[in-house]
Design a protein around this ligand. Structure first.
Ligand SMILES: Nc1ncnc2c1ncn2[C@@H]1O[C@H](COP(=O)(O)OP(=O)(O)OP(=O)(O)O)[C@@H](O)[C@H]1O
Ligand SMILES: Cc1ncc(CO)c(N)n1
Length: 267
């Protein structure tokens, strides 16, 4: 069985973060592991507080996994401060895992900040160059590329600009756009567009976590980057179609075995 590690924050309400990652891994039939970087007291409506795990403890969790288990892919989510980023980057440079998917989480769906704004330069200098696939949403891509994004060609321009920062491929996600949900992948050579109709729901908490974890799962199983992104887009679309009206705010995506079994090939 392929083994995939999530390095991310914990969402106690279960819809995003480490919890969404582990559910996505299970639905893909890969063995999920987790290194917790921050504990977030949050729900579908708001973030109440964040407690970062110490850099030393982040490093020790990563050591515990890598000294014992062969890791086929890593998904990285919320890294709230430069200190957390540096601890994770140091260990990635030490263990050099394959198939690193980085979701540069800055805000929750309800608009609450999850990354300290002063950490953007550390994200660019130390984290982005470690990504095989980077998956910013539009507001994140705007911050990283320092430009406004209003059209699909702006998404392409931002993808080029961020690619030049050292990641091997980038997907600018179109969940925050209007009209169809278009994601733009750039691998340094080609652009690929993955487009679906926009699903009319407010229950999109954790879509980005679901998408990046699905990409990591598919890369672990040997798919190329474009095929892994295509399949992850199909997975997250189904997970949004079946999303749950849980809580008072933006409800979570749904991961269930039947969805995987009937909707996607098991491979
Ligand atoms: N309403 C929607 N209908 C169809 N697809 C959507 C919708 N919202 C998001 N998506 C898709 O979900 C995936 C995640 O994109 P999105 O931009 O929502 O990520 P995100 O903002 O990082 O998510 P989050 O921060 O909640 O984890 C993308 O493939 C995007 O196209
Ligand atoms: C812990 C965590 N990571 C990521 C997100 C982004 O949705 C969230 N809301 N919470």
């Amino acid at each position: 069985m392929k083994k995939v590690l999530s390095i991310a924050g914990s969402d106690c309400s279960g819809g995003a973060g480490i919890q969404a990652d582990l559910k996505t891994f299970s639905a893909h039939g890969v063995f999920g592991m987790s290194v917790i970087v921050s504990v977030v007291a949050e729900n579908t409506s708001r973030v109440i507080d964040i407690q970062d795990i110490t850099p030393d403890m982040i490093e020790k969790q990563i050591d515990a996994v890598f000294e014992d288990i062969e890791v086929d892919a890593v998904k990285i989510g919320m890294l709230s401060t430069p200190e957390c980023m540096k601890a994770v980057a140091k260990k990635l440079l030490q263990y050099k895992p394959q198939n690193v998917v980085i979701d540069p989480v800055m805000y929750a769906k309800n608009g609450c900040p999850l990354m300290n704004p002063t950490a953007v330069s550390t994200l660019i200098d130390t984290v982005i160059p470690l990504a095989d696939v980077l998956t910013p949403n539009i507001p994140e891509a705007e911050k990283i590329a320092d430009m406004q994004i209003s059209t699909v060609s702006d998404m392409e321009a931002a993808a080029r600009k961020i690619y030049a920062m050292g990641c091997k491929a980038i997907v600018v996600k179109g969940g925050h756009h209007i009209g169809n949900a278009v994601d733009v992948l750039f691998d340094g050579e080609n652009f690929y567009h993955f487009e679906t109709s926009r699903i009319d729901t407010k229950n999109t908490h954790g879509t980005g976590c679901t998408f990046s974890s699905a990409i990591a799962s598919q890369l672990a199983k040997g798919k190329s980057v474009p095929l892994a992104v295509e399949s992850a887009k199909a997975y997250v679309t189904m997970a949004i179609e079946h999303s749950l009206a849980i809580g008072k705010g933006c409800g979570p995506t749904h991961h269930f075995y039947e969805l995987y079994q009937h909707g996607l090939s098991k491979e």
